[in-house]
Design a binder for this molecule. Structure first.
Ligand code: 7TS
Length: 416
């Protein structure tokens, strides 16, 4: 499990009170108070974020970066303030290195396309792991196919941990980039990304970290990690859907060609030739998701107010409690028992299909995800069709876990 920042006792946070900030958690599902355990798919939103977006539309809306009039200037200021909030949140050296994208998927596609077009050649290799989400597999397959490069995959052990000795063997002078998730969405494994980055840098290979699952749970410091690229989605960290961040070191972003062409990303355009805008605008063609950016900024403020140390402590308690309670159920198998783990419990019930377990839980008002979790190669590695996945956020509590455990017991009685 993750440890809170050493020697720093987290401030006392009233998580029961914090739960009240989330209007959706007051609703029912199938006539029962909702037990929301699918935050790895998308987190719920506090009123603070919803209000910030509504207020933008009510009071501040105009297009950004183009009007001389006061309203457009105010919208631009609010938009750029969010970029600085994100910069501070992940400790990026400069806000120019924080590119607004639609989410993790777009962040990875941008790097696969732009870095790949510039730096990949036939015979080169891209290194990923067995536990990647499809969005950190398919974009690399596409660019590898185009360039005649090869995708190499680091194996994992039975507990769902990367086998570092295999990584050492696969990292060679043919490797042109390593792309790996910080936390696995299907297993909850926290990967040793700092060690991976250090080893790759020792032979001058850049590393992209898919931070989709890490950003709501861990304090991210891109400078301490020395990540070349770090990408995440707003909607998994209490922010809106459709907005995310690609952090990239300036030297790489400057060396890469633009992704999309259009307004905002240009310096000058003639029919003969276009020159491109500076960072971050070079990668932000077209009118952006302004309300989304403002909502993301509010989500950053909201999470910072709670503080990651308190979040980690609370979620570790839930994870330990949930794991020990579920393990007492006969016929249960936890998939993914890494030593370093966060906020996800994937499991199977002997003799029961995950979908059937999920359906019974749904009737009890319990929202979990079932299936392959967009990690089909990982499921194939374990020889299973999928799992039932309960995933937690800081707004969950022990009562949620108790209801899950009761529900799983009931499913076991009905299905086995
Ligand atoms: N990478 C990881 C590790 C993810 O967990 C996800 C989404 C993505 C990338 C893609 O993020 P997006 O915001 O661009 O869609 N994971 C999940 C999940 O576990 N259940 O639904 C979506």
């Amino acid at each position: 499990m993750v440890t809170a920042t050493k020697n720093k006792k987290s401030k006392k946070v009233d998580f029961a009170k914090i739960r009240e900030d989330f209007p959706l958690l007051k609703r029912e599902m199938n006539g029962k108070p909702i037990v929301f355990l699918d935050s790895a798919a998308s987190s719920q939103k506090p009123s603070y974020v919803i209000d910030a977006m509504n207020s933008y539309y009510e009071n501040l809306h105009a297009n950004v970066h183009r009007g001389v009039y006061q309203l457009s200037q105010e919208a631009t200021d609010a938009f750029e303030k969010s970029r600085r909030l994100v910069q501070e949140f992940i400790n990026a050296p400069s806000d120019k290195e924080c590119i607004f994208v639609r989410g993790t998927t777009e962040g990875i596609n941008l790097v696969a396309n732009c870095y790949g077009r510039k730096f990949l050649e036939a015979g080169d290799e891209v290194l990923i792991s067995t536990m990647e989400h499809h969005s950190n597999i398919v974009p690399w397959q596409m660019i590898c196919e185009e360039k005649g490069a090869h995708l190499k995959v680091i194996p994992i052990n039975e507990d769902g941990e990367i086998i570092m000795s295999e990584f050492d063997k696969l990292l060679t002078n043919k490797t042109k980039i390593v792309a790996i998730n910080h936390i696995s969405n299907a297993l909850g494994t926290i990967n040793p990304v700092k060690e991976i980055i250090d080893k790759a840098h020792a032979i001058n290979v850049p590393v992209l970290i898919d931070g989709a699952q890490a950003i709501p749970h861990l304090k991210i410091d891109v400078q301490a990690l020395d990540a070349d690229f770090y990408t995440f989605s707003g909607h998994k960290m209490c922010g809106p859907t459709g907005i995310g961040i690609l952090y990239g070191k300036e030297k790489w972003l400057n060396a890469m060609p633009p992704y999309h062409g259009g307004g905002e990303m240009i310096e000058t355009v003639t029919f003969e030739k276009t020159t491109y805008n500076t960072l971050p605008h070079k990668f932000e063609a077209g009118t952006p998701d302004i309300a989304g950016v403002i909502g993301l900024g509010a989500a950053v403020e909201y999470m910072q107010e709670i503080g990651h140390d308190a979040i980690i402590e609370h979620e570790n308690d839930l994870l330990a409690y949930g794991t020990s309670q579920l393990k007492q159920i006969e016929g249960i198998r936890i998939v993914g028992e890494a030593k370093e783990k966060a906020s996800v419990i994937s499991f199977l019930l002997e003799g029961a299909h995950p979908f059937d377990v999920g359906t019974i839980l749904d009737k009890l008002g319990i929202a979990v995800r079932t299936g392959h979790h967009c990690t089909q190669p990982l499921m194939a590695r374990f020889g299973i069709p999928g799992t039932v996945r309960a995933s937690f956020a800081f707004y969950n509590n022990k009562a949620d876990i108790d209801k899950l455990v009761e529900g799983v017991k009931r499913a076991a009685r009905m299905l086995s």
